[in-house]
Design a protein. Structure first.
Length: 120
């Protein structure tokens, strides 16, 4: 009987593996930082240097990221803010993912115990 319980537990743990909170946070931070940096850099490289309207929409990120502008220094500032926001977002995603899986596994175990108790 114990082998069946161990096998069931192993299947649940493999099927609902938890996310590494630090790993998810770091990876999302890198992706968001690179995205903001590359978005600004591509805009700067593809635009006309004398055009005052370069990045007029992207420049509105200064509202969320103080110090950001569509410039080379602004791209680094935006990347730093993006890394911070990405880290917090990745942390939140991983924690919520793990929490929902723990709750679901707990409900499955409670239901299995309930059915076992009713069968006896």
């Amino acid at each position: 009987m114990r082998n069946n319980e161990d096998a069931d537990r192993a299947v649940l743990m493999v099927g609902f593996a938890r996310l590494s909170v630090i790993g998810m946070s770091a990876s999302v931070a890198v992706v968001v930082a690179l995205f903001i940096f590359l978005l600004t850099a591509v805009l700067l490289l593809a635009s006309d240097p004398g055009n005052p309207y370069v990045g007029i929409n992207l420049n509105k990120l200064w509202v969320l990221f103080p110090g950001y502008s569509v410039s080379w220094t602004g791209s680094f500032i935006g990347a730093a803010y993006g890394a911070l926001v990405g880290f917090l977002g990745g942390f939140l995603i991983a924690v919520l993912w793990n929490l929902t899986h723990y709750v679901y596994i707990g409900l499955v175990v409670i239901r299995a115990l309930w059915w076992r108790m009713m069968a006896d």
